[in-house]
Write a protein that binds this ligand. Structure first.
Ligand code: 2HG
Ligand code: ZN
Length: 475
C-alpha cells in the first residue's frame, strides 16, 4: 500500500475545497477511533465529497496513485469496519455530506437516499409521507444509509422484514476504478446477470463506495402493542414467539430476548430506567405487534394470547405498555444494553447465529462451557432470538480492566466461534467481519468461501485500494 503522494493530496484539496478536504488532526480525531473505543487508526487526510461525481473523481485520483481509501458513514461499526489502520497511509472517505433524500415516492413505496442520510432522518421522512422504513437499531441517530447497506445491517425488525438485503431495490456506487454504477432502478424485474447491488450490500466498502440506494418502504403503522414478558427459560421465549405468531400472524414485528443480566446492567448504568415487572425472572422478551392504518388494533388478540401464554406456563409475568411513552421506555431498556454493557466493563463480544430452533439449547450449553473454561466470566447473551441471532457477549471477571480483552479475548472468542461453527452456525450474523473477525473468518470460513471472496475482491479491486485490511482474509 502507498502513502498518498503530495500531488494527490493537492489534487483532492483542489477538487473538494475546504469543506470537503482536511488534514487537521483535530477535525479527523473523532473519525479515527471506532464507536467501541477498540480500534484507533491514523489517516493522511479525510475527504468529504458532496456529490457522486466528486466521489467518482476522488476514487479515480486515488486509484491512479494506488492510495487506500476507507469509506465511512456514521462510524458505528461493531467490528472496526470503518477505522483505518495505524500506518497513517489511508484517506478516510466520509459520506456524511451526502445526506439528501433524493426522492420519496409514496405510491411506489420507494425512497432514494444518499449514502450519508441518517437512519432516523429517513424514519421521519417516511412517516411524514404515511410510510415507514422497517429497519431500526440502537445507533439509528448516527448510522447512515451507506453504512447500513455496506454492512447489510439487521436490527430489531429482521424477524418480519429481513435484513438490508431485502429492503434495497437498487444501488448507486462508485467502483474501485472510479466508474459510476447507476443501479438505482425502479425495475421490479431485471435479470442482466450478476446482481451488483447484492454484491455491494454487505461488502463493507471493499468493492466500491455506495453513494445512494433506493429503499423499499412499508405501510405506516396504525396501532401497536408493546409488551414486556418475563419467562423461566430461553426455550420458553421461543415457544412464546411461536404462540404469538399463531395467534396474531405476521403482525409480530419485533421479538427481542433479554436476560436478567442485561436488564440489570441497563438499570444500573442508564439513568431514568426502571424494571417493567416486579417479579424477578431469569429471562425477558420485548415484543412489538403492529397493525396497519385501516386495520383494527391488535390489542385484544395480544391480551388474549399473552393471557393464554401465562395460563399454559410459557410466560411467567407480563406488562403491556399503557401508553406510547411507556412503549418507548420499554424500547429504551432494550436499546441501551450495548451502552450499559460498555459502561460496566470489558467484554469479548460475539454476534452469532445458529438455526432458530437450536438457539435456546446452544446458549445454555455454550455459556456453561465458556464460564467453566474462563472462571469469573459472565455470559450476557441477548438479542434477536427469532432470527437465531444473539450477541453472545462474555463479560470479563469483576474488576478486570480493558487489558483483559487484549490478554484473553482472542482465546475466549476462539472457543465461542468453535462452538458456533460446530453447531453449523455463523461467527457474524449481522455486524459483519471488519478487522475484528478477519482472522477468525480465515480460520473457520472454509476454503471455498474464502477463495471466492478473494477472487471477487481481486477482480473488482486489483490494487486493493478499497478499505484494505477489512473483511477479505489474506488480501
Ligand atoms: C444490538 O442488537 C446490537 O443491540 C449491538 O447489534 C450488540 O453490543 C452488542 O453486542
Ligand atoms: Zn443486534
Amino acid at each position: 500500500m502507498n502513502a498518498p503522494p503530495p500531488d494527490l493530496l493537492n489534487a483532492l484539496a483542489d477538487l473538494l475545497g475546504p469543506k470537503g478536504f482536511t488534514r487537521d488532526p483535530v477535525d479527523m480525531a473523532p473519525w479515527l477511533e471506532d464507536w467501541r473505543g477498540r480500534w484507533r487508526g491514523a489517516a493522511a487526510a479525510m475527504v468529504s465529497p458532496a456529490t457522486r461525481e466528486e466521489v467518482a473523481e476522488t476514487v479515480r485520483l486515488c486509484a491512479a496513485a494506488r492510495a487506500p481509501l476507507v469509506p465511512q458513514g456514521g462510524n458505528t461499526s461493531m467490528v472496526g469496519g470503518a477505522t483505518p489502520d495505524a500506518s497513517g497511509d489511508a484517506i478516510i472517505l466520509s459520506l456524511r455530506r451526502m445526506r439528501t433524500i433524493r426522492d420519496l415516492d409514496r405510491e411506489a413505496s420507494l425512497a432514494v437516499c444518499e449514502a450519508g442520510v441518517i437512519l432516523s432522518d429517513l424514519h421521519d421522512a417516511a412517516a411524514a409521507s404515511g410510510r415507514r422504513f422497517p429497519l431500526s437499531l440502537a445507533a439509528k441517530g448516527s448510522a447512515t444509509i451507506g453504512g447500513l447497506v455496506s454492512t447489510n445491517a439487521g436490527g430489531t425488525q429482521v424477524l418480519r422484514w429481513g435484513t438490508m438485503r431485502g429492503l434495497v431495490q437498487g444501488i448507486e456506487a462508485v467502483l474501485p476504478d472510479g466508474s459510476l454504477y447507476d443501479g438505482l432502478t425502479p425495475l421490479k424485474k431485471d435479470n442482466r446477470g450478476y446482481d451488483l447491488a447484492q454484491l455491494l450490500i454487505g461488502a463493507e466498502g471493499t468493492l466500491g463506495v455506495v453513494t445512494a440506494a433506493s429503499l423499499r418502504l412499508a405501510p405506516a403503522i396504525g396501532s401497536r402493542v408493546v409488551a414486556w414478558v418475563g419467562l423461566g427459560s430461553a426455550g420458553d421465549a421461543l415457544r412464546l414467539l411461536r404462540h404469538l405468531q399463531a395467534a396474531v400472524g405476521d403482525g409480530v414485528e419485533s421479538f427481542e430476548l433479554i436476560p436478567a443480566s442485561a436488564l440489570e446492567l441497563v438499570l444500573t448504568h442508564i439513568a431514568g430506567t426502571r424494571a417493567p415487572l416486579t417479579t424477578a425472572l431469569p429471562w425477558h422478551v420485548l415484543v412489538e405487534i403492529v397493525a396497519p392504518v385501516a386495520a383494527p388494533s391488535p390489542d385484544k388478540y395480544v391480551h388474549a394470547a399473552l393471557h393464554s401464554a401465562l395460563e399454559i406456563g410459557i410466560a411467567q409475568d407480563a406488562a403491556i405498555a399503557a401508553s406510547e411513552a411507556q412503549a418507548e421506555d420499554f424500547w429504551r431498556l432494550r436499546e441501551s444494553i450495548s451502552e450499559a454493557e460498555k459502561k460496566d466493563g470489558p467484554a469479548a463480544k460475539h454476534d452469532i447465529s445458529v438455526a432458530v430452533p437450536d438457539m435456546p439449547a446452544f446458549m445454555e450449553e455454550a455459556a456453561a462451557k465458556v464460564e467453566a473454561h474462563y472462571p469469573g466470566t459472565r455470559v450476557n447473551a441477548f438479542g434477536h432470538l427469532g432470527d437465531g441471532n444473539v450477541h453472545f457477549n462474555v463479560r470479563a471477571p469483576i474488576g478486570a480492566t480493558a487489558a483483559w480483552v487484549e490478554a484473553e479475548g482472542a482465546a475466549v472468542s476462539a472457543l465461542v466461534h468453535d462452538l458456533v461453527t460446530a453447531a453449523g452456525g455463523s461467527i457474524s450474523a449481522e455486524h459483519g467481519i471488519g478487522q475484528m473477525k478477519r482472522d477468525e473468518l480465515a480460520r473457520l470460513g472454509g476454503a471455498a468461501r474464502i477463495g471466492a471472496l478473494q477472487a471477487v475482491k481481486r477482480a473488482m479491486d486489483p490494487h486493493n485500494i478499497m478499505n484494505p485490511g477489512k473483511l477479505v482474509p489474506g488480501i
